[in-house]
Design a protein around this ligand. Structure first.
Ligand SMILES: *Cc1c(COP(=O)(O)O)cnc(C)c1O
Length: 376
């Protein structure tokens, strides 16, 4: 049996009539950029989050750096984030001209460890940028408390966890801006690139709207901005799929529960950790080999058995050769947890359109590894 890593085409077929109808509507309208479909989707996305505003932009990375710009974060300012994230979080800080200061991740959730944040705060610190890694929120209550104590901004990188929530908070509720990505592999994915900023701050809304459209909020009048618009065809795809995001996340949780129930007695790896009371939406289902040296052989074994597994992410940010240090960019403390995660993580197939047969096949092969090679 072959089990893929993504269900994009299956998902398209499941929602084909709604997606096709929206695309057709855009095509027939002649409004392809900044048209009514974008407005409709922005309204729906804000409502979904119970937020006042949502602004569509070109991608999740732009959502981050345009939020930084709108919040006045730039050269000379430091943003505290974690070494355990996708490269784009750090990239966006750099593109905004600000300085990234990294702290380690929590060894169980892999999100930023709030206990390590205060040691990284200096008079230059302007914002904390938590990432809701793998589909589970960072500890936003603790992060907001630290931010309030030190008068800092909070920008959520929620590229991976749309629809997730904490025990007493929703994503987007405790930050100044929340950034979402709609690249196809995310839980809510369009047919290309897309992103959005979700916020309750009217000034952030006004500025992101302006910045994404060549610094213009009035025809022919410009200040410096950029071109980063979410086009109407993608907005139509997203509007159709947003109606099904909760179903999709529920299916991800169902497959995750099946993996976890069947793999709980295996001894050669650890399972994903769910913070009590949090609603994890399993963008990824990541296990960690107890011995990092086993990881690559485990992956090869899965690949040889037709299972498309991957690593998210095998190289932590500070281990990337391409990371531009300088201008004060630094790590505070060590990054032992991020490094261990990078060396031992394996993402098993996880998407709503999996079948029970596929999940059980993956479970069977993972257990076979655990009994044989993993036991050595
Ligand atoms: C995907 C992702 C991004 C970037 O989103 P793009 O739409 O690809 O620009 C940023 N941060 C995290 C954590 C991501 O997973």
């Amino acid at each position: 049996m072959k089990v893929g890593f993504y269900g994009h085409v299956r998902q398209y077929h499941n929602f084909k009539s709604e997606i096709d109808a929206n695309i057709q509507e855009v095509l027939e309208s002649g409004n392809y950029v900044m048209g009514p479909m974008l407005k409709r989707f922005e309204r729906e996305l804000a409502a979904y989050h119970g937020a006042q505003y949502a602004i569509g932009v070109g991608n999740g990375t732009d959502a981050l750096w345009l939020s930084f710009l709108a919040l006045g974060i730039g050269p000379g300012d430091e943003c505290i984030t974690t070494t355990n994230t996708f490269f784009a979080t750090a990239e966006a800080i750099w593109v905004a001209g600000a300085t990234a200061v990294f702290v380690d991740s929590d060894p169980r959730t892999h999100c930023i460890d709030p206990a390590k944040i205060e040691a990284a705060i200096t008079p230059k610190t302007k914002a904390i940028v938590p990432v809701h890694l793998y589909g589970q929120c960072a500890d936003m209550r603790a992060i907001r408390k630290i931010a309030d104590r030190h008068k800092l901004l909070v920008v959520e990188d929620n590229a991976k966890a749309i629809g997730s929530s904490g025990d007493s908070f929703k994503t987007g509720e405790l930050s100044d801006a929340m950034c979402v990505s709609f690249i196809i592999q995310k839980n809510l994915g369009c047919f290309g690139d897309g992103g959005a900023v979700v916020t309750n701050n009217a000034e952030v809304e006004r500025l992101v709207r302006k910045l994404r459209n060549h610094g213009s909020d009035k025809r022919s009048c410009h200040s410096m901005g950029y071109n980063s618009r979410l086009d109407d065809i993608q907005a139509g795809v997203l509007s159709a799929k947003l109606k099904h995001i909760d179903e999709g996340n529920a299916l991800r949780r169902k497959w995750a529960a099946r993996y976890s129930a069947c793999l709980k007695d295996a001894s050669s790896f650890t399972l994903p950790f769910e913070t009590p009371g949090y609603f994890h939406v399993y963008h990824l289902y990541v296990i960690e080999t107890r011995q990092p040296a086993h990881r690559d052989r485990f992956l090869d074994f899965l690949t040889a058995n037709g299972i498309d597994a991957k690593c998210h992410y095998p190289i932590a940010i500070h281990q990337q050769e391409g990371y531009p240090w300088g201008k004060g960019a630094r790590i505070v403390g060590d990054s032992a947890n991020s490094e261990r995660n990078a060396a031992s993580c394996i993402s098993l197939p996880m998407f709503p359109e999996l079948t029970a047969e596929e999940v059980d096949y993956v479970i069977g092969k993972v257990l076979e590894w655990d009994r044989t090679a993993g036991a050595r």
